[in-house]
Design a binder for this molecule. Structure first.
Ligand SMILES: [Zn+2]
Length: 353
């Protein structure tokens, strides 16, 4: 009996402390001289790394984290991955220097067109080879960084699909041949995706990364993996600390409805998902859009709770709903899930960005 109790206590402890969450950080420039909206200062970037080091975070290769989660394996507590989109010069000359010192891996998502064209702020193919030597892994970020979900004027579905397929294929082919590597990961430009993109990237056997916030976990969509953008206010230490300590909800049957909407026709459209209640109180679950709390309908369903809400009457632009709940066991840690919608103008045209 005593032995049985001991085994039970051990199992309980393992399950209580096992971790199935990771946070993925998304940076662009690490520089004081580039646009603020996509930059972090080298000073603040150093503070991020120091926090991760001082608090015993495990900075692991991105692909390894995702493969483990997809195979339902446990990760070490406090697991983080570092990623950079667009392959800017400062990734090599500021960030990689600091990461290499700690032997920390990182991933850089490349647009072959910008690298081929030798644009001022972008790394060359030779510089990308150096990035790899310093512990970087290269992923694809589309050939030309277009808004891949947007059909051209008068473009048929078939022509759209061919254009996008060729775009993705071209980036893969050029990067693989220039750097003599195999691409396994893709980051959506602007974090925008649709079912066709997901289907195509799946056919390439890629993992695909978006830009909505939240932790990645066992039940994540591995073709729309969340990342935390790190610039402006989000990169400040207080916000950074909150983000690297997030946990992934156990979630299924996510129903976002249409992910591309037209303003003024959103009324009565809903967003819903089934949530397993563990390590948080259901009454502390909150979902927000632009800081405004949304009214939730909660229905018990086979050990899960179905959470449903109406979408706000958004105007055109990029819109998100963030759902969070504080962890009971881990102090100051939050469960976090979010989703992105793109709302076109009333005349069915895309908003300018
Ligand atoms: Zn980008």
């Amino acid at each position: 009996m005593k032995l049985f109790l001991m085994v039970m206590i051990m199992i309980f402890n393992i399950s209580a402390y096992a971790n199935s969450s990771a946070s993925i950080l998304l940076y662009h420039h690490v520089s004081n001289k580039t646009p603020k909206s996509t930059s972090i200062s080298p000073k603040l970037f150093k503070q991020h790394l120091k926090y991760l080091e001082d608090n015993n975070f495990n900075v692991l290769p991105l692909e390894q984290i995702i493969s483990s989660l997809k195979n339902k394996e446990q990760l070490a507590k406090k697991t983080v991955a570092i990623t950079f989109d667009d392959a800017y010069k400062s990734v090599l000359y500021e960030a990689a220097v600091l990461l290499e010192k700690r032997s920390w891996p990182f991933t850089v998502f490349v647009n072959a067109q910008a690298t081929n064209a030798n644009y001022k702020h972008y790394l060359s193919w030779n510089e990308l080879k150096t990035v790899i030597k310093k512990g970087g892994t290269i992923g694809s970020h589309s050939y030309d960084h277009a808004h891949l979900v947007r059909k051209l004027k008068n473009e048929s579905n078939k022509d759209y699909e061919n254009r996008i397929y060729n775009n993705l294929k071209k980036d893969k082919y050029i990067i693989e041949s220039k750097l003599d590597i195999k691409i396994k990961m893709f980051a959506y430009p602007y974090g925008e995706y649709n079912d066709f993109l997901k289907k195509t990237l799946k056919s390439f056997s890629y993992y695909a990364f978006a830009q909505q916030s939240g932790a990645v976990g066992h039940s994540s969509d591995f073709l729309a993996i969340p990342r935390f953008p790190m610039a402006m206010n989000y990169a400040k230490m207080k916000n950074f600390i909150l983000r690297v300590n997030t946990l992934a909800f156990d979630i299924k049957n996510v129903n976002v409805g249409e992910s591309i909407l037209i303003e003024r026709t959103i009324k009565n459209k809903t967003f819903s998902f089934d949530l397993k209640i563990k390590d948080f109180y259901l009454n502390q679950l909150a979902c927000y859009s632009f800081g405004k709390s949304l009214k939730l309908t909660k229905t018990n369903k086979d050990g899960f709770v179905n959470i449903s809400m109406f979408l706000p009457n958004w105007y055109n632009g990029r819109k998100k709903i963030n759902c969070t709940a504080p962890s009971i066991k881990t102090k100051k840690a939050y469960y976090w899930y979010s989703n992105l919608w793109l709302v076109k103008k009333q005349n069915n045209k895309w908003y300018k960005e």
